[in-house]
Design a protein around this ligand. Sequence first.
Ligand code: CS2
Length: 484
Amino acid sequence: MSMAAGLRADLAPLRRSPGARPAIGVVHLGLGAFFRAHGAIYLEEAMQRSGGAWGIAGVSLLSPGQRDALAPQDCLYHAVELGPEGEKPRLVEAVQEVLVAREDPQAVLALMAAPNVRIVSLTVTEKGYCHEPSTGRLNAAHPDIAHDLAHELPVSAPGFIVRALQRRRAAGLRPFTVLTCDNLPGNGRMVRGVVLEFARRVDPALAAWIESEGRFPSTMVDRIVPATKPEDIARVGELTGFADAAPVMHEPFRQWVVEDDFVDGDRPDLGAAGVELVSDVEPYEHMKLRMLNGTHSALAYLGYLAGHETIAETIADPVFEGFVRALWEDEIIPAVSAPPGVDLGVYAGSLLERYRNPAIRHRTWQIAMDGSQKLPQRILGTLSANLAAGRRSPGLVLAVAAWMRYVGGVDESGNAIDVRDPLAARLRALSDGATEAAGKVGALLGVREVFDAQLAGTLLPAVIEAYGRLVAVGARRAASEIAQ
Ligand code: CS2
């Protein structure tokens, strides 16, 4: 994101307010647009309302882009709310420094092992946990994990967490709380399992210490934050008069539900900032993953195939609005138990409003990324629940078929699709290895990281049929056959 070069010369440099330099209390792994528009703002508000030293040190695991854009502007940036009343920029001052792990893993470990750091939060995306998506367990064959088990200086998120906890234990410090903010079911439990499995291979006594003293609260995070585009950077300059090479654009809605389970109860006053602190996040996570992320992915694959660039554009087409309504009503809501006090019909209505927001240019291509890591918790869990209850799921089956068509790498006009997925090459080869729908679908259902054997067997005939419809009549017509 080194777009600073494009900034107009007459814009003023960003300046930190006096006193907005709290000590670092949080190290965030995977500093990207989402956390900067969500967790960072909540932490800033918690400090503004109740104090505390919870400044954030951001870490990029791989690329220097965020650091290169943020460091020259003292890690300050605008978060711009895009709502019905127009654009509302605010300056976010919670981030104090940004490190790039690949450049200096030693510095990242030293920071994570510092006594004042009490939380390590993460948005490393689904694939960043190096787990098996279908089982949630550590993938010990993952090249980054193999590397990290053999070397003191890690490259993976689990590697950094375990090595930093090892240093803390050796120094007689308390562990930090691991606060995962990725869209995964039971995300705290999953990361705990991955960390413990890794730690056992390093030192069983360390694993036992983490098991008894460590805390891994699960969370549900929600705010739609599309990737920042070059035109957003120019717009923020016009809007604010400041030179900001790293703004983030987000919708007005936000929600953060967190299990109140921190090491020694030591945490920012999240409640003061509107975070819901609960004893069990699972019903919230389930609802959000199945109702929001599930339909997001379904709309992304079908919308992309139908030639739509964004979610707002896709949902403005009455066919896709009808399709997503049918998905919620007939296939997803029956498979979700509502969290206390939530009406799922009302929740679906509010999601539709959020998708319609024309100011949010959230690309179908962006959401389509990493489907192999997203499908199980977004779509396949709902499908399995429906199968067990004897309910039909034609819309979810069509979404699976659309993912298969998408990873085949050619759109409905014969153009190449730039498929981004850790399994992209394998998925493409499986698709190319067969000429007919039945062969392609059969081969892709054989990818065990995504589909378990039993589900794959049951789904086969329906997915072949749906794939055939996509080829014969296209995504839009196929969706219209399911739409209300
Ligand atoms: C989206 C999510 O990119 C995606 O896969 O479905 O990032 C979605 O926008 C957020 O989870 C909303 O909270």
